[in-house]
Every structure is written in C-alpha cells, then in structure tokens.
Design a protein around this ligand. Structure first.
Ligand SMILES: C[S@@+](CC[C@H](N)C(=O)[O-])C[C@H]1O[C@@H](n2cnc3c(N)ncnc32)[C@H](O)[C@@H]1O
Length: 245
C-alpha cells in the first residue's frame, strides 16, 4: 500500500477499500471469542479519543492507564509480550498486513489478554484513529526504509506525518523510533531538525547496543524480531526518542 506525501490517505475523504484477502474477511467477521481483540479499516477510527475505555480490562480506579501504540507491529511479537508483563497498561498494535494482525488477535485470545488490541490499519491514518493527547508511548520499530531514490516518497515518517502525530502525544508522551538503516535515520534526524519547534529530542544514539557485548543474546521484547536479525548481521541500531514541545 505505498502512498505518496500528497496522497489523500491523510484526509477525511479517504476510504479503505474492500480486499479479496481472506484475512480481511476473517478480521471483519471475528468469531465471538475474539470480539474486541482486533479491528480493521475504518473500525479502527470509531473510538478516536476514547480507546482506554474500549479494552476488556477493567479501568484502574483513579488512574489513567498509560496507552502504548506500536506502529508496524507485524504479528505483535513485542507488543504482546509487553501486554503480558504490564497488565495495568493498555496496548494497541497496528500493522497494515491482514494476516499478521489476525495472527496477533489469535495470540491475544490464546493468552487471555484483556489489555491489548490489534488494528489492521495504515499508519498514515493515525490522526483519524487517536485523539489529542491520547497516546503516552508511540513506538515505531524498523519501518520500511524505502532506500531507492524513487521510493523515498513512500516513507511514513516524513515531516507532514510527524507534524500530524505531534498533537496525539500526551504532554509527557514519547515517540520512539529504531532503525538499522543509517541513511533513513539521517532522513528522520533532518525531519526532526526541520520540526525543532514541535519536537524535542530527549535521547538519540547511532549504536544502541554498543555497550552490550551480549547484544546477540537479547530476546523479544527487549529487542524486536527484525532487530535480532540486524544485531546478528552486525548492524548498529539507531534510536531516537522525542517529546512534543
Ligand atoms: C520491517 S517490518 C518491522 C516489524 C517489527 N516492527 C520489527 O521490528 O520486528 C515493518 C512492518 O511495518 C508494517 N508497515 C509498513 N508500513 C506501514 C503502514 N503505513 N501502516 C502500518 N503498517 C505498516 C509492515 O507491514 C511490517 O510489518
């Protein structure tokens, strides 16, 4: 689903189109036991600003549970483990692959988790999915780098997208991006420099595991599925965390 910066995918006129993918149908017609674990297309936009009350887990009295959103979660390897470890937090894993999101929904059911949901959606639609200040932690790990010149228009974290997600972060909210791709990381840093009045960089490294000689032994969720492969290949992991100003 490549899209360009001028793509109408950002706008209110955008419509997800029905798919012939078998998992599109499966996600639309979830068995009763899986209801509330996965949503697809415009259903992911129905509770904008109100997601915390849409989990099976009971609200924590007097406290607002932190909401984590992982973009490009694949089949939810990391976000699922986080949800198991932190029952008081709320997690939403987003990917545009139907099958991977269905797989995540199956794992949520199998593990009887009540604090996590899987969204099959396009990351460009984030401002239509979440309300102002709703997200406490926004994670984006190893987004497709689209390395060729002609492909770069497909990169999600362009300045327009970064500007669009800033209001979705809570006042202390953090956006965290990791990549193995040095040139892509420079692209991100350049975008953040242009948006210096919007974002403050609070942590940045071009070799996240430099101080850890045992990095190859790290397991999910300390590292992601792709991160483990990149570490094995000896690639340094680039990481940046930002807050909105
Ligand atoms: C390289 S994989 C990384 C997966 C995982 N984050 C990890 O680190 O192991 C990138 C993932 O992002 C998803 N993705 C790419 N563009 C997306 C978009 N615009 N919206 C939602 N998901 C997207 C892909 O389907 C894929 O699962």
């Amino acid at each position: 689903m490549p899209r360009s910066i001028s793509s109408p995918v950002y706008g209110p006129e955008f419509k997800y189109t029905p798919s012939k993918n078998i998992y599109w149908v499966k996600l639309k017609e979830l068995p009763a036991a899986m209801q509330g674990f996965a949503l697809t297309d415009h259903d992911t936009e129905t509770h904008r600003g109100n997601w915390r009350s849409q989990f099976h887990a009971k609200p924590i009295s007097g406290v607002s549970a932190p909401l984590h959103v992982e973009i490009g979660c694949n089949a939810g390897h990391v976000v699922l483990e986080w949800a198991k470890l932190n029952p008081d937090a709320r997690y939403i894993g987003i990917d545009w692959k139907f099958k991977q999101i269905y797989r995540l929904a199956e794992k949520i059911q199998k593990n009887n988790l009540k604090n996590i949901q899987a969204f099959r959606a396009n990351a460009d639609r984030l401002p239509s999915m979440f309300g102002e200040g709703e997200i406490d932690f926004l994670h984006m790990f190893f987004p497709d780098p689209w390395p060729k010149k002609g492909q770069q228009k497909n990169r999600t974290a362009n300045t327009r997208w970064l500007l669009s997600i800033a209001p979705l972060l809570s006042p202390t909210g953090i956006f965290h991006l990791k990549t193995d791709h040095a040139e892509y990381f420079e692209f991100i840093l350049q975008n953040l420099k242009e948006l210096d009045s919007t974002f403050e960089i609070i942590d940045m490294t071009k070799d996240l595991h430099a101080a850890n000689p045992q990095a190859k032994l790290l397991k999910i969720p300390e590292v992601t599925l792709f991160e483990r492969l990149f570490i094995k290949d000896g690639l340094p992991i680039h990481s940046v965390k930002v807050r909105r100003r």
